[in-house]
Write a protein that binds this ligand. Structure first.
Ligand code: KIV
Length: 264
């Protein structure tokens, strides 16, 4: 399936045409190529690399260097999808200038087409600064995993009137700040649909119900290759974890019983 390259403006057209947007994470060349060949629209080099690749407990320790390193590999495997690099914790909060420098590094050294950053209304000025300086930015509101300790866990946002208002205010502020798309993570499904109807930018949901303009999952989760318990909203689409274990176990037994390699 050879289709035109994905651009931010094409995503607006998808929203207008009610064509669902697909997004997955990838962290290396091989996965990125497979995912791109399947026709996925957006590939995110997520800071989830901290938990699924590096084995950290949260995404907080992830560095700009780590995202650049994985982005380089991903970018080499992709020809159609739009590649987005995640801005890790502390790479954009201190000042707009520092945010610009780090976003620029992801673009120049990592080769990504756009960056994503977590943050509500308080982050809108930083997003404006980046976009007015030529950086395509994807927003991320609702459950922001970089703030997991402040939030007290990975909990759905927008379940109480106060939380609902905060998520709505954040979404509207970020949507107005110049982002080309907005991730809604762990947002109560009705609220996510309402936001999707109110903002012009395409919304991409994760744990936010079916009413968003698109969906994203962590590739290791949907393939059952994650070590920690999976979030409730994840569906396992293929049990690659099981297939890998079977292959490794077969190899180990054949080496141990002498049947591999064969004599000839
Ligand atoms: O880091 C990540 O993988 C993400 C997605 C889950 C949206 O931010």
């Amino acid at each position: 399936m050879i289709e035109q390259k994905i651009t931010p403006s094409l995503l607006y057209k998808y929203k207008a045409d009610k064509r669902k947007i697909t997004m997955l994470t990838a962290y290396d060349f091989y996965f990125a190529r497979l995912i791109d060949e399947c026709g996925c629209d957006l590939i995110l080099v997520g800071d989830s690399l901290g938990t699924v690749i590096m084995g950290y407990e949260t995404t907080v320790p992830v560095s700009v260097e780590e995202v650049i390193h994985h982005s380089r590999a991903v970018k080499k495997g992709v020809s159609r999808a739009l590649v987005v690099g995640d801005m890790p914790f502390l790479s954009y909060q201190v000042s707009k200038e520092e945010a610009m420098r780090n976003a620029g590094r992801l673009l120049k050294e990592g080769g990504v087409n756009a960056v994503k950053l977590e943050g509500g209304a308080e982050t809108a000025d930083t997003v404006k600064y980046l976009t007015s300086n030529g950086v395509a930015v994807m927003g991320h509101v609702g459950l922001m995993p970089q703030r997991v300790d402040q939030l007290g866990g990975y909990k759905t946002q927008g379940k109480t009137p106060n939380s609902r208002q905060r998520v709505m205010d954040d979404a509207l502020a970020i949507a107005e700040s110049g982002v080309f798309a907005l991730v809604l993570e762990g947002v109560e499904a009705g609220l996510a649909s309402e936001i999707t109807g109110r903002v012009k930018v395409p919304t991409i949901g994760i744990g936010a119900g079916p009413g968003c303009d698109g969906q994203v999952l962590v590739i290791y989760d949907l393939l059952n290759m994650a070590h920690s318990p999976l979030p409730k909203f994840v569906k396992i689409f293929a049990d690659a974890g099981k297939v890998i274990k079977e292959g490794v176990n077969d190899y180990l037994s054949e080496v141990r019983n002498g049947s591999f390699p064969p004599a000839k």
